[in-house]
Design a protein around this ligand. Structure first.
Ligand code: SAM
Ligand code: SF4
Length: 328
C-alpha cells in the first residue's frame, strides 16, 4: 500500500453542467445547503492542522464545479502558500475558466485537469445536458486560455460512452500529438445512476488503446504520474495518453488518496465510506485538532483493508451519491 498523502477536496456539489453520467436529467439531487458547506477557513484549518501533520502534501480541489465557488481564488492562494504543499491541482469543466485562469495562476495554481468528452459541439451539449446555445465554444476557450496562461501539465479528462462519443477516441487522442496536453481516458463508473447506460456502459481501456495503436502506434511513456493512470504516448507526440481503468483493472493497491466532501465528510474510497468521519461537525463543535488527527490516522489504517470492488452501500445510503456529490 502506498503512503496516503493526497487529499481531494470537494468545494461544492452544485454544477453548471448536467453530464449524463454524473448528474443525469431527472435525478433528484439534494444539494448541500450553503451553511453546510465547509468554509475556506475550515478547509484551511483541516489542511494545515490535520492533514499536513499526517504527511499529506498533495491537494486537489474539485466538486461539483469548483469554479462556481465565489472564494476559490483566495482558497487556492491560502493552500498554495503553505510551505508543505508540494502539489496543488484543480479539476474543472472549464466553462468559467477563460476569466479565472489568470487569477488562479497568479494565486499559485499550476496544475489543472479539464473534462472534455467531445470535440463536436452537438455531442458535447448532449453529454452535458445543455439545451440552449452551445456551451462547447466557451469551454474550448477556457481550455485555450489555461494553455496560454501557462498551466502545465494541462490534462483533459475524457469519459467514453458507447453510442455517444465512442467514435471520437482517435480525434481526442490526436490532441496530444502537437500540444503538450495529456489526455486521460477514464472508464465510466456506475455511480449515482448506474442503470442509465445498461449492463456495460464503459469501454475497456485496452479497447481504446487497440484503436490508437492501430492508427499511430503506442508506447509506454516515461512520464508516469503518481496516480492511477497508466500512461502511454503516441510515438513522437508532445503530450501523453493516460488510461484510468478502475472497472477493467483494479488499482486499489496503488491508491494514495482520501476524499473530503463539500459538507465535510472524509471518506476512504470513492465507492466505500466505511469509517467515514464528519470533520465539519467535529470542527464546529470545537474538537481538539490533535484528536481529529488521531481519528483521521485510524481511517487511513482502515483504508488499507478497503477495496473499490467491495462496494459498500454506505451507512447512510450515500453510495447513491453521484460523483458530483462525492467529489470526483
Ligand atoms: N466539474 C468538474 C469536472 O467535470 O471536471 C469536477 C468534478 S467531476 C465529478 C470530476 C471528474 O469526474 C470528471 O472528469 C468527470 O468526467 C468524472 N466523472 C463524473 N462521473 C463519472 C462517472 N460516473 N464515471 C467516471 N467518471 C466520472
Ligand atoms: Fe458537473 Fe463535472 Fe459532473 Fe459534469 S462531471 S455534471 S461538469 S460535476
Amino acid at each position: 500500500m502506498p503512503k496516503i498523502d493526497y487529499l481531494r477536496i470537494s468545494l461544492i456539489d452544485k454544477c453548471n453542467f448536467r453530464c449524463q453520467y454524473c448528474m443525469p436529467d431527472g435525478t433528484k439531487l439534494n444539494y448541500v445547503l450553503n451553511q453546510e458547506l465547509l468554509t475556506n477557513q475550515e478547509i484551511l484549518t483541516l489542511v494545515r492542522d490535520v492533514f499536513i501533520p499526517l504527511g499529506f502534501t498533495k491537494f486537489r480541489l474539485t466538486g461539483g464545479e469548483p469554479l462556481l465557488r465565489q472564494d476559490l481564488v483566495e482558497l487556492v492562494g491560502d493552500i498554495a502558500r503553505l510551505p508543505e504543499t508540494e502539489d496543488l491541482a484543480l479539476t474543472t469543466n472549464a466553462f468559467l475558466l477563460a476569466d479565472l485562469a489568470q487569477p488562479l495562476y497568479e494565486a499559485g495554481l499550476r496544475r489543472i485537469n479539464i473534462s472534455l468528452d467531445s470535440l463536436n459541439p452537438e455531442t458535447f451539449d448532449q453529454i452535458i445536458g445543455n439545451k440552449g446555445r452551445t456551451r462547447w465554444q466557451q469551454t474550448w476557450e477556457g481550455i485555450l486560455t489555461a494553455h496560454q496562461v501557462g498551466f502545465n501539465p494541462l490534462k483533459l479528462n475524457v469519459v467514453i460512452i458507447p453510442g455517444i462519443n465512442d467514435t471520437e477516441v482517435l480525434d481526442l487522442a490526436q490532441l496530444s500529438i502537437k500540444r503538450q496536453w495529456h489526455i486521460r481516458f477514464i472508464e465510466f463508473m456506475p455511480i449515482g445512476n448506474p442503470e442509465l447506460f445498461g449492463d456495460k456502459a464503459w469501454i475497456d481501456s485496452e479497447e481504446l488503446r487497440r484503436q490508437i495503436r492501430q492508427k499511430w502506434g503506442l508506447v509506454e511513456s516515461n512520464i508516469q504520474g503518481n496516480g492511477p493512470a497508466d500512461v502511454f504516448q503516441i510515438p513522437h507526440a508532445k503530450g501523453t495518453l493516460g488510461f484510468i481503468s478502475q472497472m477493467s483493472e483494479c488499482f486499489c493497491d496503488r491508491c494514495n488518496r482520501v476524499r473530503l466532501s463539500a459538507d465535510g465528510w472524509l471518506r476512504p474510497c470513492l465507492l466505500n465510506e466505511t469509517g467515514q468521519i464528519d470533520l465539519k461537525t467535529a470542527l464546529r463543535n470545537g474538537a481538539d485538532l490533535i484528536q481529529l488527527q488521531a481519528q483521521v490516522e485510524r481511517l487511513l489504517l482502515l483504508k488499507s483493508e478497503i477495496n473499490f470492488k467491495d462496494r459498500d452501500s454506505g451507512t447512510n445510503g450515500t453510495y447513491t451519491r453521484t460523483m458530483s456529490q462525492i467529489g470526483g
